[in-house]
Design a protein around this ligand. Sequence first.
Ligand code: SF4
Length: 274
Amino acid sequence: MKKEIRNLAGDLKKLISAGSEEDFMIPAKPARADAAAAVSAEPVLQPAPPQITKPQTAAPATATEPAESYTLESIAKQILSCQRCALGATRIKAVPGEGNPKARLMFIGEGPGYEEDRQGRPFVGKAGQLLDKIIAAMGFKREEVFIANMVKCHPMIDPQDPEKRGNDRAPVPDEIALCRGYVERQINAVGPDYIVALGGVAAKSLIRDAKSLSAIRGKIYDLELSSVQLAKPVKILATYHPAALLRNPGWKKDTWADLKILLADMGRTPPSAV
Ligand code: SF4
């Protein structure tokens, strides 16, 4: 009996000392445009016990990790073999992200869908085609920007039916928490001046504001990462996800209004509307 109690105490000590990525969470920063209103905002990701279903193969980013210790290539290599969360078991291809490695502008969505899972590239389905139009309307070429997602593997409603269309779902907070070290390291590796968070999942997670997307979109915030130190200042603006625009074309006008705010801050004149 004494031996069992000693073993139990040892296991508990290990669990407590292991910690999690949530330990590195930094309190949410208010929007520059609406600082007073944002002071009372709750952080979007509540600490939750990690649900690691498979052995970890890639170390999470840490607050002390120097930016020079990783590159887009080394991050992608880790992602391609990652099994940190359950999505790794059901993906066809992990989708690290792609684009200009020194882009001034990054777009970050929520996660790969059916087409992305098969091609290993971000935003290549119908929503991706609309994103291409949005990028062009902003006066950029797709290859000039960097495109990534909060999670790198396909979240499915029914993982037992991977061939089913419309089986996509938003990533849950535990999946985002386990994966966010990758996107945060990608942000530092690219070093953009601006990020567009596409949709509520990316917006709430990166801006760390639990309010609805409609409340936080269209404002420019100063980004703060939660698992690594930001190598340089980055501004972030949230707007609707292209998939949401396909379902609600009436939101395109609001999206364009949001993006014009970003373009004005960038000192660019938009050549056309979406
Ligand atoms: S979603 Fe992210 S954390 Fe989960 S297995 Fe894929 S790369 Fe790893």
